[in-house]
Design a protein around this ligand. Sequence first.
Ligand code: AMP
Ligand code: MG
Length: 496
Amino acid sequence: MKTLTQLTFNNTFAALPADFYRQVAPTPLSDPYLISFSQSAADLLDIDPNEFQHPFTTELFSGVKSLPDMQPLAALYAGHQFGHYVPQLGDGRAILLGEAVNERGEHWELQLKGAGQTPYSRDGDGRAVLRSSIREYLCSEAMAGLGIPTTRALCLVGSDEEVYREQIETGAMVLRMAPSFVRFGSFEVFFYRRQHDQLRILADYVIQHDYPGLADAETPYLALLEKVIERTAKLVAQWQLVGFAHGVLNTDNMSVLGLTLDYGPFGFLDAYDPDFICNHSDYQGRYAFDRQPNMGLWNLSCFAQALLPLLDASGEAAAEKAKSALQGYQGIFVDAFAQGMRAKLGLSEAKEKDQQLSADLLEAMQKNQVDYTLLFRNLGQLKVAFEHPRQDAVMRDLFLDQAAFDRWAIDYRARLRAENRQDTARQTRMNQVNPKYVLRNYLAQQAIAKAERKDFSEVNRLLKALSNPYAEDPENADLAALPPDWAGKIEVSCSS
Ligand code: AMP
Ligand code: MG
């Protein structure tokens, strides 16, 4: 266990050429207070949890103090936003403090979001409000709890400092952690500026830093593209399986490590609705729930384009290579989704008709506005032998047309019978993949409302439940209930 002053830093990003970033120190929040910290994120850095009792920690993670080995900077990147290329974005309000190396040799970049203006802030104030910081903090740790690749959140610090959005709010900072925050847009910026040397330096950096196994590949840059395609396809499959909508799948929010990155107006499905648009500012539904797999591929094609100069000296040959790599996406996504859906249904063998079985269920769920999380969690309770007419009531109650579930369950039971497994063993397995708790919008909203009155108990209760989302905790029964009627009326926009 370490104190913060004992952290070891090896700032590899800061060692890149000067045109990759601008050095800038955080602008402190006034009179900061610690709202919450994540024990499991602290464990990744071997930080002693007692450190969070000390004012120094709050000061460090609100920009008031710093450590001598930190080299704060804002990274440069560009990106396609809602389909349009924006030549310069960059960290406008997040500041990379440094890269910590833990006792196991793993590296974690520490990034303070809401840390004030940087040379890339454009018209922004460099701040993040409490509301959006709570959402990012909780969802980062919730995704980690679910086993979905994500940037992490170490702690959340608040302040009474006023920040102006649609109304007056207060500022907060989240300390984010990731092995790397390099985005698709980090490559795009150099491609569009025709800075091919920088492009190569960045690709070499990412390979060496995060994909060391690729360095020995015959064609490392193509191998990098293929790896990013694979990770992205698997990530999006996990989002679809858990009912997560990211909300702003711009290429500047796409991690080259395949991590869920930049939590803005995200949402988890309540009732199953493939057309769900969680971002109130997404008028066209570009990033609707069921479009995410396509958007993953669209974004990857931007990334592949940015890599073209590295793939082959001949433009035509490079394009051919990128195209054939991108063709792998669909298959990886479909396989990952099918495998995950089979696990959600408690099936251990792959059968030809599985796709139809899950499609039929999803169709019935959509027609009947069935709660996505509750249906899958409760499905584990089904008994293969239909012993009692009331036994399926929990599932059936979720359907408006109650017979719809019974009709589907005929095929499902037949399929389960063919596998000849014990009900209890199947339920145990299903409960390991079908979460009891997800960060529904209304749950986040309740925690935010309390936090805005300086009561942080709900933030901490949610953090605990969401960090262990597959376990049952009777004290948190209310967090696993059907959402109230007002939940559907919450509007979340890009403003944060
Ligand atoms: P986002 O939509 O949060 O991914 O942000 C897109 C771009 O806008 C990034 O370059 C951000 O750093 C920048 N940005 C967002 N909010 C602010 C803000 N309040 N101040 C400065 N830059 C911001
Ligand atoms: Mg972003």
